[in-house]
Design a protein around this ligand. Structure first.
Ligand SMILES: Cc1cc2nc3c(=O)[nH]c(=O)nc-3n(C[C@H](O)[C@H](O)[C@H](O)COP(=O)(O)OP(=O)(O)OC[C@H]3O[C@@H](n4cnc5c(N)ncnc54)[C@H](O)[C@@H]3O)c2cc1C
Length: 402
């Protein structure tokens, strides 16, 4: 067994630190309003859309990240990606998350950027959608969840019907999708709709690539979230949107399987992100515990505080090894459904605990907006909900066991 970090991961994280210092920090310094105590008020307008100045900074970083070779690094080389393995990607994700909130989140694409779901694209779709996505020229969104179906998307109400059109067969899509990340800004959506079978069938769902300017495609309410960057999620409607056969991603009726293949890697990324962010919170708490004195001694010398830090450090190390093990299994072509879910479950819980411990150790100052802890505390909560709730991860783990 070799627990050392792969050389490639070490090199990438070093190069990323230089990139952040040279390309990201100067932009952050020019726009303190987007990171300060009032960031939420400055990032979005009165309709809750992110303002153009904020979008432009993210776009600038995205394009520079493409030039530097970081963007889409997890995509295969044949589509212009870096071809790095899942373990390296996890380590890099963890490294990026181990710092205060900032524009570095735009470097690797994340939601809206290149996604392996699009590896199902045919040659024409690769040229029209994947190439500009890899080049950072456009962004996308993944539209699966509906108002009535989140954990059970295969019961979806969205429908697509095949009809005759002047240029051959066409599809008419009727769908209402909720909480879609990057939905307000995406140039095209990956939309899932039932094309055959019954509610609850895994088969019979098709994924369509739909341009945001298609007739009948609309961004409804931009949702307001408890944490995260505001203006990131919205409701999308597809009212009788007509698309050609060429909009079908992969095989008709097989869209759900395509999506599920991708979701496993996403779970590892969430766990890695949670570990990095939790390490950042622990380090903040340790520094504070060393300096803050009560009753004539640093609080870090009291077991009431130091044991909280010791427990958290142990949980972080445990979850780090768990996500890396899941990644290692995938890189070695082994089935890792159970380990992916275990890592996501523990990562999400860990990050909530880390934010809570950091706040407790900081006392009142942790509750104030001067420090990033309260923002992290709010943002951590969603990790237990999206990309499969805690309960859904347990369901997956149990299914693998039983
Ligand atoms: C910030 C954010 C961003 C998101 N981005 C996207 C996106 O980009 N694209 C997209 O398609 N979706 C997105 N989602 C939706 C997300 O995937 C769903 O919220 C999630 O899958 C849970 O579905 P739900 O909210 O409908 O909860 P429900 O499925 O209604 O579940 C409600 C509760 O019941 C529990 N539960 C459900 N079924 C079971 C069961 N069988 N056993 C035990 N407990 C159960 C759940 O764990 C949960 O606690 C996003 C959500 C959020 C909050």
């Amino acid at each position: 067994m070799d627990f050392s970090e792969p050389e490639e991961a070490v090199q990438i994280t070093k190069a990323l630190d230089d990139f952040i210092e040279q390309e990201v920090t100067p932009l952050e310094n020019e726009h303190p309003e987007f990171l300060g105590e009032d960031y939420e008020r400055h990032i979005v307008d009165e309709d809750h859309y992110q303002v153009p100045e904020y979008r432009e900074i993210r776009e600038t970083i995205r394009k520079r990240s493409v030039e530097a070779g970081f963007y889409g690094m997890g995509m295969p080389e044949e589509v212009g990606g870096g071809g790095v393995d899942v373990l390296t990607r996890g380590i890099v994700t963890e490294h990026l998350a181990n710092r205060p909130p900032g524009f570095h989140s735009a470097i690797m694409g994340g939601a809206g950027g290149p996604t392996p779901v699009l590896l199902a694209a045919d040659e024409d779709q690769r040229e029209e959608y994947l190439a500009p996505l890899m080049a950072g020229e456009i962004t996308t969104c993944f539209a699966l969840t509906e108002p009535a179906h989140g954990s059970d998307p295969h019961y979806m109400d969205a429908r697509a019907e095949r009809v005759g059109g002047p240029a051959g067969d066409e599809w008419v899509i009727d769908a209402n999708k909720y909480w879609i990340t990057n939905g307000p800004y995406a140039d095209f959506a990956m939309v899932f709709a039932r094309t055959s079978g019954e509610a609850g069938d895994y088969g019979g769902i098709t994924c369509f690539l739909v341009d945001a300017d298609a007739e009948g495609y609309s961004v409804e309410k931009v949702h307001r979230t408890m944490g995260l960057t505001p203006g990131g999620q919205c409701e999308l409607r597809f009212d009788g949107v007509r698309v050609g056969e060429d909009a079908v991603l992969g095989e008709v009726d097989q869209g759900f399987q395509t999506a599920m293949n991708w979701i496993g890697g996403g779970r590892i990324a969430i766990a890695a992100n949670a570990v990095g962010s939790s390490q950042y919170l622990l380090d903040l708490a340790v520094d504070y515990a060393r300096d803050r004195e009560t009753f004539g001694k640093p609080i870090g010398h009291r077991q009431g505080i130091s044991f909280q830090l010791a427990e958290l450090a142990t949980d972080i190390e445990q979850t780090r090894q768990l996500y890396r093990y899941a990644a290692w299994k995938l890189d070695n072509d082994e089935r890792a459904r159970k380990e992916e879910s275990m890592a996501k479950l523990r990562g999400a819980q860990l990050n909530n605990r880390a934010a809570d411990v950091a706040m407790q150790v900081h006392g009142g100052s942790g509750f104030m907006k001067d420090l990033p802890i309260e923002r992290q505390y709010r943002s951590a909560r969603v990790l237990r909900i999206f990309e499969g709730t805690d309960e859904i991860q347990k369901r997956t783990i149990a299914r693998e066991l039983v």
